[in-house]
Design a binder for this molecule. Structure first.
Ligand code: PLP
Length: 432
């Protein structure tokens, strides 16, 4: 029987242990796993038999998390790989399909760390990233060349909060023989499942709402396993891999092993090593059980905050896709019918002081909000992205990333809505 989201988030990937009866997935803290015999060892390394070798490559606690997240995204059970951080999820997703001489297209309104990786690190590795404006499908199509290997977009951009038109981008990508990769961190699979709209690969920073309490770092990549990697453009899947017994990842794997995730585990993860710790995997398994409840509350609180700020005379502008006047509201109605998540960004109406100066004064007057560089916590958070998370970007790059100099970014938590509003009210009242 097909289970629904809330049920999978609690039961997916684990049933009581047949030996001990443990009802929660145990935390397996073992670096390595004993082979039954020499043949068993050889078969594991040759991918002829599933099983555990060494925790850098996989671990039973991590596996339960991967299965649960894959099922929540609507992907096959074995088609996810948990990693040390959202950043390593982005990096491994790219280098698992592109190599020196290849190109990626990225919609420009990205998290600052991803933008820097794409603008500075990938080019040093010989992978060119062509940035395109959000919603400019014509420009996106023009940038597809014989060397392009993927289109990358954030489902809800950090920090601009533009909602991606996933179906339109997926259609464009597929017409060019390319996969669409969606970083859906700001939506979580509860609010949006990009695979249902045609995306091929979804990734998340687990650190944010999936963890939900700001106390563990992790990332995950989920592959819909629908993209055909045999296409000759994808040399990493077509040519024999000298680093792994000459295997051709797009051709030689048994049907049960999804090529993209199997290659990511066996090549980048095995050899570069950004594995998730079993402890963090265990923590994310617990927290995902309440994701649906928490996202409903985050969305309701954020909607109330956005509405309040939009009506305040000291506020110049507010972005929240749930507001009917937001430029992305129509896309939000289509892609985010359950709610628009916990992020709200806004700018203060500058009088004699600059918007940025006012923002600093406002931030310092807040009592309930924590001033720190994270999102997706149960606690309400505030940050000035232009001088922090996105400060390494030039003015032009910040503009391309959808960032205004005066923008304040709120991650609305799970506190009582009235307490959140009262804190904003007293801070607004206290600034000139
Ligand atoms: N993707 C998005 C949209 C993010 O906001 C972040 C971090 O803020 C990341 C990826 C990177 O995740 P992590 O901090 O877990 O490396």
């Amino acid at each position: 029987m097909k289970q629904r989201f809330e049920t999978i988030s609690i039961h997916g990937g684990h049933s009581p242990d047949p030996v001990t009866g443990a009802s929660a997935r145990p935390l397996y803290r073992s670096a390595a796993y004993a082979f039954k015999n020499s043949q068993h060892a050889a078969d594991l390394f040759a991918l002829k038999e599933p099983g555990y070798i060494y925790t850098r490559l996989g671990n039973p606690t991590q596996e339960a998390l991967e299965t649960r997240l894959a099922l929540l995204e609507g992907a096959p059970a074995g088609a996810a790989l948990a990693l040390a951080s959202g950043t390593s999820a982005v990096f491994y997703a790219i280098i698992n399909l592109a190599r020196h001489g290849d190109e990626i297209i990225a919609v420009s309104n990205l998290y600052g760390g991803t933008y820097s990786m794409f603008a500075a690190i990938l080019p040093d590795l010989g992978i060119r990233v062509r940035f395109v404006r959000p919603y400019d499908l014509e420009e996106t199509a023009k940038n597809i060349t014989g060397k392009t290997r993927a289109i990358f977009v954030e489902a809800i951009g950090n920090p601009g909060l533009d909602v991606a038109d996933i179906t339109a981008l997926a259609d464009l990508a597929h017409a060019g023989g390319l996969p669409l990769i969606v970083d859906a961190t700001f939506a979580t699979p509860y609010l949006l499942r990009p695979l249902e709209y045609g995306a091929d690969i979804v990734l998340h920073s687990l650190t944010k709402w999936i963890g939900g309490q700001g106390n563990a770092i992790g990332g995950i990549v989920v592959d819909g396993n629908t993209f055909d990697w045999k296409n000759k453009g994808f040399a990493l899947y077509d040519e024999p891999d000298a680093s792994y017994h000459g295997i051709r990842w797009g051709h030689d794997l048994p049907n049960a092993l999804p090529p993209f995730i199997t290659r990511m585990r066996t090549v980048p993860l095995r050899n570069l090593g950004a594995c998730i710790s079993p402890d963090n995997a265990w923590f994310f398994l617990q927290s995902v059980e309440t994701l649906a409840l928490r996202m409903d509350r985050h969305s309701a609180n954020a909607m109330a905050v956005a509405g309040y700020l939009a009506g305040h005379p000291k506020v110049a502008w507010v972005r929240y896709p749930g507001l009917t006047e937001d430029p992305c509201h129509a896309l939000a109605c289509r892609y985010l019918p359950r709610g628009c998540g916990g992020m709200v960004v806004f700018g203060l109406a500058a009088g004699s002081a600059s918007g940025r100066e006012l923002g600093q004064r406002f931030t310092e007057r807040l009592g309930l909000f924590s001033h720190l560089a994270n999102v997706g916590d149960a606690k309400s958070l505030i940050l000035h992205p232009a001088s922090t998370t996105h400060s390494q970007l030039s003015d032009r790059q910040q503009q391309e990333a959808g960032l205004k100099p005066e923008m304040l970014r709120l991650s609305i938590g799970l506190e009582h809505q009235d307490d959140i509003l009262e804190d904003l009210e007293q801070a607004l009242a206290g600034i000139a």
